[in-house]
Design a protein around this ligand. Structure first.
Ligand code: NDP
Length: 450
C-alpha cells in the first residue's frame, strides 16, 4: 500500500468531499481503494476511464416517505430508501434492512459492498440495497403488515424482475418479504420473482433461509482446508441470533465444531457446554416465533451465562463468526480475541470488523475472510431463486445446497487466485476485492460511459 499512499489518499479525499457525513460508506470505499488502486496502477484502461470513482457513485438513489397507521389509530412516518448502485453485470440485487439506525451512509456502504459480492458469486447480478428506519421489534403483526404495504407501495415504482430484485436483511425476514410480495402483486397485477427470500409456497427456494450462514461456514471450511486444518472440534464464538447466526450455528454443529456463544443487541450468552441441536431449536423459536430477547436462553439452560450489554469477543475461542451487524468487532475486541487464542475470523455480517481490527488480523497473519466473500452464499442462493422463478420450477434442497457449496468453493478459489497467495497466508480482503472488481470494471468498460 505504501507505494501508492498518495494516490489512495487523494482518491479518498475526493470521495469524502462528495459524501460528507457518510462514515460507513467511506469506510467501505477505503477498504476497497487500498487494494484496488495499487492493482490498477499499471493498467491504463481502468485509470483512464476513472472506473473506481465511477463505481463509488450510485447509478441512482430513491428516498421516500412511508406513512402507516399504528394500532392506536395514529399515523407514523418513516423514511425509505433504495440505492441502485451498479447494474453492469445484471439487475440490481441486494437486501432491504428495517432498523432504526438505517440511513443513506449505511445503505450506500451495503450497496457498494454488494456490487463486489455479487460479482464474486459468479452469477449475473448487479448491486443495490435499501430499507427504512423502521423498528419491527415491539410492533404487532398488523403494524408490520401495514408498514410493509406502505413501503412497497412506493418501492414498487422502482423495482421489477428484470431491473431490481430486493431480498431480506436485518429486520426483514420471511414475514416481511411475504407482506411486501403480496402488496407488489396487488399493485402490479403480476406474479413475478420481484423479491427473493419468498416462502416456499409462492416461489421461494429451498435453502435460501439457510444460505448465508451455511455459506459462511462452507467458506471457513475451505480456508481451514487450505491450511491443512478442519472445523472438527474447533471452539467457535458466534455473534447475533438472527438469520445468519442461526444457520451458521446449525452448519457448525453439523461439522462437529463447538459453538459457545450467541448474542443480540441486549447482550451475550456463554454456554460452555456448547449449543447443540435442541438448544438451537430453542433459539429459533425464541427469535423467529416469540421474537423475544436472547437472555431467556440462560433462564432455560443451566450452565449457560448471560452477560448484559457485551459482545461475545471476550470469550476464549479458536474461531470467531461475527454475524450481527457492522462495526461490532472493534480493535480492542480483536486484541482480546487474539490474546485468547483465536486464529480465524470469518465475517457472516457485512463489515462487522472495523478497519483497524482487520489491519491487526492481517498483521498477525490470521485467517480472516471479509463478508463480501464469506457471506456471499445468501445472495448467491437468491440468484438461484431467481433462476428457478424464471424456469418456473423448483430444485430440491440437495440440489440447491450442492450449488451453494460449489459457489462458495469457487469464491474461495477466486480469492486465492487474486491474492498472490502462498500456502501459509492468504490476504482474502485483497483477493475478494480484486476478483470482484475485475468482472464489474470490464463489463462497465465494454458498455461505455453510461
Ligand atoms: P437479523 O435481523 O435476522 O438478525 C440480526 C442480529 O444481529 C440480531 O441478533 C440482532 O439483535 C443483532 N443486531 C442487529 N443490530 C445490532 C446492533 N446494533 N448491535 C448488536 N446486535 C445487533 O439479520 P440477519 O441475520 O439477516 O443479518 C445479520 C448480518 O448479516 C447483517 O450485517 C446483514 O447485512 C448480513 N447479511 C445478511 C444476509 C441474509 O441473507 N440475511 C446476507 C448477507 C449478509 P436484536 O434482535 O437485538 O436487534
Amino acid at each position: 500500500m505504501s507505494n501508492h499512499l498518495k494516490e489512495i489518499n487523494d482518491f479518498l479525499s475526493r470521495i469524502e468531499k462528495k459524501n460528507p457525513n457518510e462514515p460507513e460508506f467511506l469506510q467501505a470505499v477505503k477498504e476497497v481503494a487500498e487494494t484496488i488502486i495499487p492493482f490498477i496502477a499499471d493498467k491504463p484502461k481502468y485509470i483512464d476511464s476513472n472506473i473506481l470513482e465511477s463505481m463509488c457513485e450510485p447509478e441512482r438513489v430513491f428516498m421516500f416517505r412511508i406513512p402507516w397507521l399504528d394500532d392506536n389509530g395514529r399515523i407514523q412516518i418513516n423514511r425509505g430508501f433504495r440505492v441502485q448502485m451498479n447494474s453492469a453485470i445484471g439487475p440490481y440485487k441486494g437486501g432491504l434492512r428495517f432498523h432504526p439506525s438505517v440511513n443513506l451512509s449505511i445503505l450506500k456502504f451495503l450497496a457498494f459492498e454488494q456490487v463486489f459480492k455479487n460479482s464474486l458469486t459468479t452469477l449475473p447480478m448487479g448491486g443495490g440495497k435499501g430499507g427504512a428506519d423502521f423498528e419491527p421489534k415491539g410492533k404487532s403483526d398488523n403494524e408490520v403488515m401495514r408498514f410493509c404495504q406502505s413501503f412497497m407501495t412506493e418501492l414498487s415504482k422502482y423495482i421489477g424482475q428484470f431491473t431490481d430484485v430486493p431480498a431480506g436483511d436485518i429486520g426483514v425476514g420471511g414475514r416481511e418479504i411475504g407482506y411486501m410480495f403480496g402488496q407488489y402483486k396487488r399493485i402490479r397485477g403480476e406474479f413475478t420473482g420481484v423479491l427473493t427470500g419468498k416462502g416456499r409456497q409462492y416461489g421461494g427456494s429451498l435453502i435460501r433461509p439457510e444460505a448465508t450462514g451455511y455459506g459462511c461456514v462452507y467458506f471457513s471450511e475451505e480456508v481451514l482446508k487450505h491450511r491443512g486444518d478442519s472445523l472438527e472440534g474447533k471452539v467457535c464464538a458466534v455473534s447475533g441470533s438472527g438469520n445468519v447466526a442461526q444457520f451458521a450455528i446449525e452448519k457448525l454443529i453439523q461439522k462437529e465444531a463447538k459453538v459457545v456463544t450467541v448474542s443480540d443487541s441486549g447482550g451475550c450468552i456463554f454456554d460452555k457446554d456448547g449449543i447443540d441441536k435442541e438448544k438451537l431449536e430453542f433459539i429459533k423459536e425464541l427469535k423467529n416465533v416469540k421474537r423475544v430477547r436472547i437472555r431467556e436462553y440462560a433462564e432455560t439452560f443451566t450452565g449457560a451465562e448471560y452477560h448484559e450489554g457485551v459482545t461475545p469477543w471476550n470469550i476464549a475461542c479458536d474461531l470467531a463468526y461475527p454475524c450481527a451487524t457492522q462495526n461490532e468487532l472493534p480493535l480492542k475486541d480483536a486484541e482480546t480475541l487474539i490474546n485468547n487464542g483465536c486464529c480465524g475470523i470469518f465475517e457472516g455480517a457485512n463489515m462487522p470488523a472495523t478497519a483497524d481490527a482487520i489491519e491487526l488480523f492481517k498483521s498477525k497473519k490470521l485467517m480472516f475472510s471479509p463478508g463480501k466473500a464469506s457471506n456471499a452464499g445468501g445472495v448467491a442462493t437468491s440468484g438461484l431463486e431467481m433462476s428457478q422463478n424464471a424456469l418456473r420450477l423448483s430444485w430440491t434442497a440437495k440440489e440447491v445446497e450442492e450449488k451453494l457449496h460449489g459457489i462458495m468453493k469457487e469464491i474461495h478459489q477466486n480469492c486465492i487466485e487474486h491474492a498472490d497467495a502462498d500456502n501459509n497466508y492468504v490476504d482474502y480482503v485483497k483477493g475478494a476485492n480484486i476478483a470482484g472488481f475485475v468482472k464489474v470494471a470490464d463489463a462497465m468498460l465494454a458498455q461505455g460511459a453510461v
